[in-house]
Design a protein around this ligand. Structure first.
Ligand SMILES: [Zn+2]
Length: 325
């Protein structure tokens, strides 16, 4: 019985050993295979994932790069757009400038009541600054200084009639006015040996009050209509230096008057006087010329005035201003 029990136990032990090893083998293998498979799979998966990750990373990088590119591009675009805008602005500006220049920004310097001893000084300044002006001359003085009239004209400026006597009694009668006026016109015309354009300036301007004492309040309305019917243009001004007034030798005041008068105006006719007492003219004039040159104005004269410019003058009431009283 003991033997049987021992054999049984040994048998069981043996069976256990053999079976155990078999079990463990059979059990291990699939685990190993599985592990290998899993590892391969994992590795593959890892690789795949890695690839994917790399792909993703690549894609991300690519996207990032693209974004960056886009950003660069868009910043480029923005820069380009900005450039374009700037360019457009510049174009608009230059167009505006062109238009402006084409349209106007014109200045007509005019000097009344010469020629006098001041005339050569005015001419020197004009010459030095390479600009021209218009002189509305007094016939009586032109007869005395024909050389000055010639010099004015020969240096590219214009001389037109103002009056022969510059005595306000010319405003007593229509005939009396024309007698004086035609004499002035004829004097200048014969000195220069040219036919003058039908352009002049009334003594005191078209809206003068001096005529009230002679032909009365309704004299200028009547005279101006008659002058227009004869085909003449009478020229006034929209900027006065004030040099016929008490501050005529105050350089700063004269310049200030001109600059204030010119504010916001692109088409300017400035009134100066060619009279001996205006000794500050040689200091005032260079500054006035420089300012308007810097502001882009073209210096024009009535010598080569265009029909368009004359029409502009009529519109601005610088020429043939209706006098209604
Ligand atoms: Zn005058």
């Amino acid at each position: 019985m003991r033997k049987i029990i021992i054999i049984f136990i040994v048998g069981i032990v043996l069976m256990a050993i053999v079976g155990g090893s078999t079990f463990s083998q059979t059990q291990q293998q699939p685990v190993d295979v599985g592990a290998e498979k899993t590892s391969e799979k994992l590795q593959a998966e890892i690789k795949e994932n890695k690839d994917k990750t790399e792909n993703i990373q690549d894609t991300e990088k690519a996207k990032k790069d693209l974004r960056e590119e886009k950003e660069i591009d868009s910043s480029k675009e923005e820069t380009l757009k900005e450039d374009e805008v700037e360019k457009k602005d510049l174009e608009v500006n230059s167009d505006a400038k062109k238009k402006d220049n084409h349209k106007s920004k014109k200045i007509f310097l005019t000097f009344d009541d010469g020629p006098t001893t001041l005339t050569p000084q005015i001419l020197d300044v004009l010459k030095e600054h390479d600009v021209n002006a218009t002189f509305f001359a007094i016939g009586r003085l032109a007869e005395k200084h024909p050389d000055q009239i010639k010099r004015i004209y020969n240096e590219g400026n214009m001389v037109l009639p103002h009056s022969y006597t510059h005595d306000y009694s010319i405003y007593s009668t229509i005939d009396g006015f024309y007698e004086d006026f035609f004499r002035a016109e004829e004097t200048v015309s014969s000195i220069l040996d040219i036919q003058l354009p039908p352009i002049f300036r009334f003594p005191g301007g078209s809206s003068n009050h001096s005529s009230f004492n002679y032909g009365g309040k309704q004299f200028m309305p009547k005279l101006t209509e008659d002058v227009k019917e004869k085909g003449y243009y009478y020229i006034d001004w929209n900027v006065s230096s004030g040099d016929a007034g008490p501050d005529y030798n105050n350089k700063e005041k004269m310049i200030e008057n001109v600059l204030n008068g010119a504010k916001g105006q692109d088409f300017i006719v400035v009134l100066f006087h060619d009279v001996p007492r205006n000794t500050s003219m040689k200091k005032i004039l260079p500054e006035v010329i420089t300012v308007f040159k810097d502001r882009g104005y073209t210096f024009r004269t009535f010598r080569d005035i265009t029909e368009e410019e004359l029409n502009t003058m009529v519109q601005l009431k610088l020429a043939n201003k209706p006098i209604i009283r």
